[in-house]
Ligand binder design. Structure first.
Ligand code: MUC
Ligand code: MG
Length: 382
């Protein structure tokens, strides 16, 4: 029996190509926690746990993710059967409450190792891919309407993206609606425009906001109000034609069930990190599908590593009606993968594996490491 021998973590800080202005934080750097699991037969698996804006987006920070893995998850897993991923998930859930992103990072590495040992992509461990490529949105969040319009036009011309998610919620609702209307007018029918408020609005703001956004031709509004405001989300879902998507409200299958029960969304933004791993994300997907909701493959702006892991799972979902936003690596100045993900014709291509299908670039890992005392080359497999 192959056993789990060693679990290592590393933190990377990678600059973004421009300031990414969200309602709760402006990102100039993205921080990723990388995990490498070594198995007794010499095989390895890699994973990533990433959040946004330190502790401003959700309850886990990069440092907390690293600490949860090193102090509480790793010691429980050492010596266990490498192939028993479900058993590991159950044990981790017993050892650690919450900390979904930390769990995700480790779980990705376990699936990656299993896929590599079997010589198959992780999608096959979830029943097999039914897509070779998926539509991929881009987020316009420079903080300036003119810059956003120029960026959108360039993306359309180069056939990289024709679906745009605008980050709003920082300014007055009226100003935000005017910003969205300007961008929609500039791109016309060549692109779909959606918005993400990242919980910044009150219910009253949201009533005005959704009415204005709908009139401006915006198709979808993501998490307009705080995650726990399920009744407000339900009112907005039922009162306007514009689609309402749950994001921060969806932390795993239990939340998914509650959102469905409260009729508090038209669409689920499924994120592997927020769900608590690929398996829990597949359960969120199943609940959304059973309720007849639309599905969208969301991101926490991860590097290529977690992005390919998400692609492995989303490639197995028959209908992602709203596509994906798995563009994380494109927001970073450097890709940490030696085999970068292919983006073309408004789509992202699914890597073929084995495992999640990611090979780290050791020099990039070395360059972006936060803690020089750790051997980043070791994580990259050197
Ligand atoms: C979020 O809230 O959806 C996804 C794309 C992006 O630009 O930010 C993220 C987070
Ligand atoms: Mg969101």
């Amino acid at each position: 029996m192959t056993k789990i021998d060693q679990i290592e973590t590393l933190i990377l800080d990678i600059p973004t190509i421009r300031g990414h202005v969200l309602s709760m934080a402006t990102m100039r750097t993205q921080t990723a926690v990388l995990v490498r699991v070594k198995f007794s037969d010499g095989s390895e698996g890699i994973g990533e746990g990433t959040t946004i804006g330190g502790l401003s987006y959700g309850p886990e920070s990069p440092e907390g993710i690293q600490s949860a893995i090193e102090t509480y998850i790793a010691p429980g897993l050492l010596g266990r059967n490498s192939d028993d991923v479900n058993g590991a998930i159950q044990l981790i859930d017993k050892l650690v409450k919450g900390n979904r992103i930390a769990k995700t990072a480790v779980e990705i590495a376990l699936w990656d190792g299993l896929g590599k040992r079997l010589g198959v992509p992780v999608s096959q461990l979830f029943g097999g891919a039914v897509h070779e490529r998926l539509p991929v949105a881009w987020t316009l969040a420079s903080g300036n309407s003119e810059t956003d319009i120029a960026e959108a036009q360039q993306m359309i011309e180069t056939r990289r993206h024709n679906v745009f998610k605008l980050k709003i919620g920082k300014r007055a609702v009226r100003d935000d609606v005017a910003h969205v209307a300007r961008i929609k007018e500039a791109v016309g029918d060549a692109a779909s425009v959606r918005v993400d408020i990242n919980t910044a609005w009150s219910l009253q703001d949201a009533r005005w906001g959704l009415r204005g956004l709908q009139e401006a031709g915006c198709e979808l509004v993501e998490q307009p109000v705080p995650a726990r405001y399920r009744r407000a989300m339900a009112e907005l879902t039922r009162s306007y034609e514009i689609a309402v998507m749950a994001d921060e409200a969806l932390n795993g299958p239990e939340d998914a069930l509650e959102v469905v029960t409260a009729q508090a969304a038209d669409v689920f933004a499924v994120k592997i990190g927020q769900s608590g791993g690929l398996k829990r994300a597949s359960e969120v997907i199943a609940i959304g599908q059973a309720a007849g909701l639309g599905l969208y493959g969301g991101t926490m702006l991860e590097t290529g590593l977690s992005t390919v892991a998400a692609l492995q799972l989303f490639s197995t979902v028959d209908d992602l009606a709203w596509g994906t936003e798995l563009f994380g690596p494109l927001l970073l100045t450097e890709d940490i993968l030696a085999n970068p993900i292919v983006y073309r014709d408004f789509c992202v291509e699914i890597p073929h594996g084995p495992g999640i299908g990611a090979t780290l670039d050791p020099d990039k890992i070395d360059f972006f490491r936060r803690d020089g005392r750790r051997s980043m080359k070791a994580v990259a497999g050197e």
